[in-house]
Design a protein around this ligand. Structure first.
Ligand code: AMP
Ligand code: ZN
Length: 114
C-alpha cells in the first residue's frame, strides 16, 4: 500500500525506532507513548486490521504473538504488559495497517491504555 505510513516505515521511507525485525514483522517505538515502554508490532504484509484477518493471512498474527514476549523481555519489562489492537473508527484506529500496541513499565488500570 503506497500511501500507508506503516508500509512506508517497513520500506524505510519513514524513520522509526526499531526494536525488533524479522522477515515477517517489525516492532518499533510509538511516537506518542502511553506508557514508559510503548511499542507497535506490525506485519510486513499490509493487512488493514483484525477485521481483515483470514485463514490465509493469519499465520503472521500467530507469529507476532510468539515474538512479543521476547521483545518485552529484551526491553527489560518484567512486571507484565498489555497488548491492544484497535479496529475501525469507534475503537480509534488511526492507521489502517494492523498493529499491536504493547505497553509496559507501569501499573495500568483497566482502561484501554491505563
Ligand atoms: P491506532 O490509533 O491504534 O491506529 O494507533 C496508531 C499509533 O501509531 C498511535 O499510537 C500513534 O502514536 C502511532 N504512530 C503514528 N505514526 C507513527 C510513526 N511515524 N512512528 C511511530 N508511531 C506512530
Ligand atoms: Zn500498510
Amino acid at each position: 500500500m503506497s500511501d500507508c505510513i506503516f508500509c512506508k516505515i517497513i520500506g524505510g521511507e519513514i524513520p522509526s525506532t526499531k526494536v525488533y525485525e524479522d522477515d515477517k514483522c517489525l516492532a518499533f517505538r510509538d511516537l506518542d507513548p502511553k506508557a514508559p515502554t510503548h511499542i507497535l508490532v506490525i506485519p510486513k504484509e499490509h493487512i488493514q486490521s483484525v477485521d481483515a484477518v483470514t485463514l490465509e493471512n493469519s499465520g503472521v498474527v500467530a507469529h507476532i504473538f510468539t515474538v512479543i514476549p521476547g521483545i518485552m523481555r529484551e526491553l527489560g519489562i518484567t512486571g507484565g504488559y498489555r497488548v491492544i489492537t484497535n479496529i475501525g473508527a469507534d475503537a480509534g484506529q488511526t492507521v489502517p495497517h494492523l498493529h499491536f500496541h504493547v505497553l509496559g513499565g507501569k501499573e495500568m488500570g483497566w482502561s484501554p491504555a491505563g
